[in-house]
Write a protein that binds this ligand. Structure first.
Ligand code: AGP
Length: 610
C-alpha cells in the first residue's frame, strides 16, 4: 500500500506535494519522492526512509514548477532503497504507482530484450518504459498510457507526467484507490482524501477502469476504450484529524475495514487457477520440497496465526508441525532434524524474540521462511538467505492491536500449506482449486461481515462492564478464541482468557457464574456437538453466553444471551471469518470504555527488545 499525490495549478507544486505526502505517510514510509515539470524539464528528487529525509534533500535542492507528482512507498517489489523509490523516470516520462503489476516479470524480460535498461527492481518501472516506448513510437502521452494499460495485469493507481506534454497529469485506476480533487484553476490527484483536504473539499472518487487527465480546468475521465465517464463531485466535511484516519475514529477501525483489500492484495498473483496450483513469489521451491517437518515460531497475535497454520499444514500437506512461542523456542535448545523448516511469523519483521528464534533455528541447521508485512525488515532479511519470505500485503498497520496483519497471515499460511501439499502430491489438482476458490471468496465474505458492525456495537455496550471474559473454541477456532481474548484484553484492559472448549471441565468451569461472560466460537463443523454441550454446561451454571455461530443456528441462538452471527460459508474459511466479529466486539468495548484504542497503555507496535 503506497500513497500517491498529483497537483496542477498556479501554486508551487513541491509544497502541495510534500504536504500531501505528509498526510499519506500512514500508507507507507520506507522511501518517498516527487517530480515536477519546469521549462520542459523534469525535476526529480527521492530519498530513502521517512519523508523528513526527502524534505531535507529538497531544502538543499528544491523542485521548481506548478505541475508534479509525489509518492510515499510501502515496498512490495524491490527493497526500500533510493533506486526503488518512486517516481520512476524514463526518457521524459515520470510515473508514480500504488499497486502490484502481477505480470511485471514477463513484461520486464520483453522490454529488456528490446534493449530497455531498467534502473530499479520495482514492478512500477514497467509503466515508465511502456509509456516512454509509446512516445518514442510517435503516440501522444495519453495513447501511450492507454496502450501500456492494455499490457499490464494487476492493481494500480497510476499518475503520469510527461515533460513534452506539461500541461496535464494523466491517471489510471484499477483496484487501488484514487480520488480527484477540484480547486479554482487547479486540480489534484491522491490515493486518499487527507492528502489534499487542506486545499479542497470537493472530490470525485474514481472507479476501476477509469483513465483520464487532470489540468487546470478540471478532469476528463474515460474508460480504457475512451468512452466518456462522469463521476459525481462530492463535498467532504471531515475534520483534518478524522481525515488522517480516512474518516475512521481510530486507525484500528480503519484497518479492520481495510481487511477485504488487504486479503485481496495478499492473494493477488498467487492463485494460479489455470495451472491448479499456488505460486509463492520470493520463496524457495527447493526448501519447500525438502521439508519433512515444520516448526512455527512467533509471538502474540502472530503466534495465534501460527497455531491455525499447524492445523492447515498438517491437514492439507500431511507435514508434521510444531508451534512455539518464540521467547520459549530460543532458549529450550530445540532438537531440529534434517529437513526442518522453521516458519517465523512477524508483522513487523523486527520482534526480538522471533528474530532470535530464527537465528537459533538457522544455527541448528534448519531452513527458515518468514511471513512478514514489512519488506526487508530484519526477519525477512535473515530468511532471504534461506527459504525466503512470503510477504503479506496488508500495508502499514498503525494500530498496536494487530488486525489486517493477522487475517493476511492466515491467508499466507493457507498458501504455504497448499504449496507444501502440491509439492508432495498430498492434494490433487481439483482439491487445490477448491481451496483456492474458497480463499478467493473471503474478501467478499469479510465485506458482508463488516456490515454487521452496528449489532456488534450494541453487543459491546451490553458487555462493556464485564471485568473478566472467557473465549472458547475447538479445532482451528481454538487459536481464534485466543486471538479474540488478546484483542479484548490489550485494548479494553478487561481480563480475558482463551481456552480450548474441551478444557472447560479441567478447571476453567470453576470460574463460571453470572459475572463471567463466555464467548463461544461454535460454527458448524468438527466439534460442533461437543461445543454445544460445553455451552450447555456454561449455561447451567448461570454463565452469560455470547455465541459466534451461523446466523441460522436457532439451537445456539436459543442458548445464547448474545450472538455474533456468521454467514453460511466454507468451513475452511471459518478462522478468518470468525475473527472479524471478535475484532469489532473488542474495538467497540474499548471505544465505549474510552481507552486509547490505537496506542493502549504499556504496549508498543513492535517489541524489538526481549
Ligand atoms: C497483537 O495485537 C499485538 N500487537 C502483539 O501481540 C503482536 O502480535 C506481537 O508483538 C508480535 O508482533 P509481530 O507480529 O510484529 O512480530
Amino acid at each position: 500500500m503506497c500513497g500517491i499525490v498529483g497537483y496542477i495549478g498556479d501554486k508551487d507544486a513541491q509544497s502541495v506535494l510534500m504536504e500531501g505526502l505528509a498526510r499519506l505517510e500512514y500508507r507507507g514510509y520506507d522511501s518517498a519522492g516527487i517530480a515536477t515539470l519546469e521549462g520542459g524539464h523534469t525535476q526529480l528528487r527521492r530519498a530513502v526512509g521517512k519523508l523528513v529525509n526527502l524534505k531535507a534533500r529538497l531544502s538543499d535542492d528544491p523542485c521548481p514548477g506548478h505541475v508534479g507528482i509525489g509518492h510515499t512507498r510501502w515496498a512490495t517489489h524491490g527493497g526500500p532503497t533510493e533506486r526503488n523509490a518512486h517516481p520512476h523516470h524514463e526518457n521524459g516520462v515520470t510515473v508514480v504507482h500504488n499497486g502490484i503489476i502481477e505480470n511485471h516479470a514477463d513484461l520486464r524480460v520483453e522490454l529488456e530484450q528490446k534493449g530497455r535498461a531498467f534502473k530499479s527492481d520495482t514492478d512500477t518501472e514497467i509503466f515508465a518504459h511502456l509509456i516512454a516506448e509509446g512516445r518514442e513510437e510517435g503516440l501522444d502521452t495519453e495513447a501511450a498510457m492507454r496502450r501500456a494499460l492494455t499490457k499490464v495485469e494487476g492493481a494500480f493507481a497510476l499518475a503520469v507526467v510527461d515533460e513534452k506534454d506539461p500541461d496535464r497529469i494523466l491517471f489510471a485506476k484499477m483496484a487501488s484507490p484514487l480520488v480527484v480533487g477540484f480547486g479554482e484553476g487547479e486540480a489534484f490527484l491522491a490515493s486518499d482524501i487527507p492528502a489534499v483536504l487542506a486545499y479542497t473539499r470537493r472530490f470525485s472518487f474514481l472507479e476501476d477502469g477509469d483513465v483520464g487527465v487532470i489540468d487546470k480546468d478540471g478532469v476528463r475521465i474515460t474508460t480504457l476504450d475512451g468512452e466518456h465517464v462522469t463521476r459525481p463531485v462530492k463535498t467532504i466535511d471531515w475534520s483534518p484529524v478524522m481525515a488522517e484516519k480516512g474518516g475512521h475514529k481510530h486507525f484500528m477501525h480503519k484497518e479492520i475495514f481495510e481487511q477485504p483489500r488487504a486479503i485481496t492484495d495478499t492473494l493477488r498473483g498467487r492463485l494460479e487457477f489455470d495451472e491448479g496450483r499456488v505460486f509463492l513469489d520470493n520463496v524457495s521451491d527447493e526448501f519447500l520440497r525438502s521439508t519433512k517437518r515444520v516448526c512455527i515460531v512467533a509471538c502474540g497475535t502472530s503466534y495465534h496465526s501460527g497455531l491455525v497454520g499447524r492445523y492447515l499444514i498438517e491437514k492439507l500437506a500431511k507435514v508434521p508441525v510444531t508451534v512455539d512461542l518464540a521467547s520459549e523456542f530460543r532458549y529450550r535448545e530445540p532438537v531440529l532434524e534434517d529437513g526442518t523448516l522453521v516458519i517465523a511469523i512477524s508483522q513487523s519483521g523486527e520482534t526480538a524474540d522471533t528474530l532470535a528464534a530464527c537465528k537459533e533455528a538457522l544455527a541448528r541447521g534448519a531452513g527458515a521462511l518468514a511471513i512478514s508485512n514489512v519488506i526487508d525488515s530484519a526477519i525477512p532479511r535473515l530468511c532471504d538467505e534461506s527459504a525466503g519470505t512470503l510477504y503479506t500485503r496488508a500495508g502499514p498497520e498503525i494500530g498496536v492491536a494487530s488486525t489486517k496483519a493477522f487475517v493476511t497471515q492466515l491467508c499466507a499460511l493457507h498458501l504455504v500449506a497448499l504449496a507444501l501439499a502440491q509439492d508432495r502430491g498430498a492434494l490433487g489438482r481439483d482439491e487445490i482449486i477448491a481451496e483456492m476458490t474458497a480463499l478467493s471468496k473471503v474478501p467478499r465474505e469479510v465485506e458482508d461481515l463488516l456490515t454487521g458492525e452496528e449489532q456488534l456495537r450494541a453487543l459491546a455496550r451490553e458487555f462493556m462492564g464485564a471485568n473478566h471474559m472467557l473465549y472458547l473454541g475447538r479445532g482451528t477456532l481454538f487459536p481464534i478464541a485466543l486471538e479474540g481474548a488478546l484483542k479484548l484484553k490489550e485494548i479494553s484492559y478487561i481480563h480475558a482468557e482463551g481456552y480450548a472448549a474441551g478444557e472447560m471441565k479441567h478447571g476453567p468451569i470453576a470460574l463460571i457464574d453470572e459475572t463471567m461472560p463466555v464467548v463461544v466460537l461454535a460454527a458448524r463443523g468438527h466439534g460442533y456437538e461437543k461445543v454445544v454441550s460445553n455451552l450447555e454446561e456454561v449455561r447451567a451454571r448461570g454463565g452469560r453466553i455470547i455465541a459466534v455461530c451461523h446466523e441460522d443456528d436457532e439451537r445456539l441462538l436459543g442458548l445464547a444471551e448474545g450472538a455474533m452471527p456468521l454467514p453460511r460459508c466454507d468451513e475452511r474459511m471459518l478462522p478468518i471469518l470468525s475473527t472479524i466479529p471478535l475484532q469489532l466486539f473488542a474495538y467497540h468495548i474499548a471505544d465505549l470504555r474510552g481507552t486509547d484504542v490505537d496506542q493502549p497503555r504499556n504496549l508498543a507496535k513492535s517489541v524489538t527488545v526481549e
